[in-house]
Design a protein around this ligand. Structure first.
Ligand code: NIG
Ligand code: FE
Length: 420
């Protein structure tokens, strides 16, 4: 099936080939005014300016869609979510309004442990159905590729249950999905004083099954005071890496405790959160110490988690100005970011972290794709990539997207060449 979309006011993110965007490169978002895009069997076959159409597409297909002055951009690539969960946690939302901190709530058995209790009681089918609904919602908001973590199981059975749900989502959904094993999200109560016991459980009981059933692409650890130390993270990641799982890690959300340095040594794909960064952390992440043959570690910023927990935002400007490669993701989860709306993530990044609209869009598309190692499939308008496209409503300019925050400016979303 061949489809031509013509009269696009501006086609955003057009790249003949791609590299991970660091520093200054993030501000460059190539685009074509008055453009067309040709799609064959769900794949971008060609694109260009309308004046080139006759030359590039001499035989017009039957299926032609007039984009009537709309902007078309690649779908969002949300590289960090916890989209599978059993129940919302608005009671903690109230506790936080009344003055409790995220750490206070976690210490009294709320937070992740609260979600684990609820997940334990939910069936695989129930979890699948609720996650499916969330996936549908975020795809309507423009997300075309997404990473989903386990981590609300915290027992062999429940972690595997979560990962099997993610596997089923992968099989049934048209979205590109990557799965991450986050058994090391927190220590279950019975292992509070026996860290080694839980680490042994992860390494000896969970990981072999995760690997055997091919349930995950990545391994994650919540490296934080009161959770996993950098040393514990290293042990768990090395075990995961022996099964081919690369690390994508929760680092420096509340405290800087050496996680960045440890993650770089592990050659992690990404370090995520980064609300609390020292100058030295930023220097380490800027790539100066990264061997030239390696792509370097991506810093994935999760501004809606900072927004929801009333924390300082990630130092996006400092990171970009220091030549770091940053991605943006939603962190969709019931505790710190109960929203997977990447349009709001992009707007918040511009409004509160002073990212330029071009930087934010690049970080939420191409760099997000790199943070899931999906850069050859999604994240830009490139021949051979999937036709995962956002069609905006009639808007005056691209910066209008983050400027007009909270308004739904998406007209239609196309996944693999089909409107959803
Ligand atoms: O990325 N910080 C660790 N994990 C999640 C939140 C988990 C929860 O509170 O349920 C996050 O913010
Ligand atoms: Fe997270």
């Amino acid at each position: 099936m061949t489809t031509l979309i013509n009269n696009i006011k501006q086609l955003i993110g057009t790249r003949e080939e791609t590299t991970l965007l660091r520093g200054n490169a993030l501000a460059n978002l190539p685009s074509i005014e008055n453009a067309f895009i040709l799609i064959e069997d769900g794949i971008i076959a060609d694109y260009g300016a309308m004046y080139e159409l006759e030359l590039k597409v001499p035989q017009l297909p039957k299926d032609i869609i007039d984009a009537q002055g709309k902007f078309v951009l690649p779908c969002w690539c949300d590289s960090h979510t916890h989209l599978v969960f059993a129940a919302s946690r608005e009671e903690e939302f109230i506790d936080k309004i009344k003055g409790m901190s995220y750490a206070d709530i976690a210490a009294k058995g709320g937070g992740i442990l609260n979600s684990a209790k609820k997940l334990e009681a939910a069936s695989e089918d129930e979890l699948f159905l609720s996650a499916w609904k969330r996936l549908e919602e975020v795809s309507k908001l423009g997300t075309g590729a997404i990473e989903i973590k386990s981590g609300y199981g915290l027992s062999v059975q429940a972690e595997l249950k979560m990962l099997r749900v993610i596997k089923k989502l992968k099989e049934k959904s048209n979205l590109c999905i990557k799965a991450t094993f986050l058994g090391a999200h927190t220590f279950p109560l019975e292992y509070k004083e026996n860290h080694q016991g839980y680490i042994d459980l992860i390494i000896n009981e969970m990981l072999p099954v995760v690997a055997n059933e091919k349930l995950a692409d990545y391994i994650d650890v919540f490296c934080e005071t009161g959770f996993f130390s950098p040393h514990e993270m290293e042990i768990i990641c090395k075990a995961g890496m022996s099964y081919g799982l690369k690390p994508k890690l929760h680092i420096n959300q509340l405290n800087s405790i050496g996680g960045i340095e440890a993650a770089i040594k592990l050659n992690a794909v990404s370090v995520d959160h980064l609300e609390t960064m020292t100058d030295n952390d930023i220097k380490l992440l800027s790539g100066g110490t990264i061997p030239a043959n390696l792509p370097g570690v991506i810093g994935t910023l999760l501004p809606t988690a900072a927004f929801f927990l009333r924390m300082n935002y990630q130092p996006a400007r400092k990171l970009i100005d220091s030549n770091c490669a940053v991605a943006l993701a939603s962190d969709y989860n019931p505790g710190s970011s109960p929203s997977g709306n990447m349009n709001f993530v992009v707007a918040l990044s511009c409004i509160q972290m002073k990212m330029l609209p071009e930087e934010a869009i690049n970080a939420a598309t191409l760099n997000g794709a790199y943070a899931m190692e999906l850069q050859n499939e999604v994240g830009s308008i490139t021949i051979g990539k999937k036709a995962n496209l956002i069609f905006t409503k009639a808007i005056p300019s691209l910066p209008y997207l983050p400027y007009s925050f909270g308004n739904n400016l998406i007209d239609k979303v196309m996944i693999k060449g089909e409107f959803i």
